[in-house]
Design a protein around this ligand. Structure first.
Ligand code: ATP
Ligand code: MG
Length: 139
C-alpha cells in the first residue's frame, strides 16, 4: 500500500460544536497524520468552486450556505491508503447509515450537516489539496 495524501474539512457544524480536537484525535489514533492545518471561513466562491461537481444537484444551494456559515478547519492528512481509510473512518454521508464508531455516526446531525469532508479518489484529492493549500504550505 502506498502513502497517500487526502483533503479533510471539519465543516462549520464541527467547529461550532467544539468537536475539532476530538475529531483530530480520532484521525491521529488511526495513523492519519495532519501535515497541514488551517482554520478559515470559506467565501461563496471558494465553496462553489470546491463543490463544482455537485453544481446541478438540488442540494447545491443549501450545501454552499452551510459550508460558508462559519469557520472550517482545512487539513491535509497523510498515511497509508489515506484516501479510502479516511472515508472509512468518516462513515456514510448520511449519519443514519454510518457505522458505529465513525466520525459521522458520532458527530453528524443529518445528511447535510455531516461534520466532515474527505476526498474520494487520488485525482480529487490532488485537486482539493491544490484548491486550499499552496505548495509552500506543504512539507
Ligand atoms: P463529502 O464530499 O462532503 O466528503 P460525501 O463524499 O460523503 O461527502 P457527496 O455525495 O460528495 O458526499 O456530497 C457532498 C456533500 O453534500 C455531503 O457531504 C453533504 O454535506 C451534502 N449532501 C449530499 N447529499 C445531500 C442531500 N441529499 N441533502 C443535503 N445535502 C446533501
Ligand atoms: Mg464527496
Amino acid at each position: 500500500m502506498a502513502v497517500e495524501r487526502t483533503l479533510s474539512i471539519l465543516k462549520p457544524d464541527s467547529v461550532e460544536k467544539n468537536h475539532v480536537g476530538e475529531i483530530i484525535a480520532m484521525l491521529e489514533a488511526a495513523s492519519l497524520r495532519p501535515i497541514a492545518i488551517k482554520r478559515t471561513q470559506l467565501t461563496r466562491a471558494m465553496a462553489e468552486g470546491f463543490y463544482a461537481v455537485h453544481r446541478e444537484r438540488k442540494f447545491f444551494g443549501e450545501l454552499v450556505e452551510f459550508m460558508t456559515r462559519g469557520p472550517v478547519v482545512l487539513m491535509v492528512l497523510e498515511g497509508e491508503n489515506a484516501i479510502a481509510r479516511y472515508r472509512e473512518i468518516m462513515g456514510a454521508t448520511d449519519p443514519a447509515k454510518a457505522a458505529e464508531g465513525t466520525i459521522r455516526k458520532k458527530f453528524a446531525a443529518n445528511i447535510g450537516e455531516n461534520a466532515t469532508h474527505g476526498s474520494d479518489a487520488p485525482e480529487t484529492a490532488k485537486f482539493e489539496i491544490g484548491w486550499f493549500f499552496a505548495g509552500c504550505e506543504l512539507p
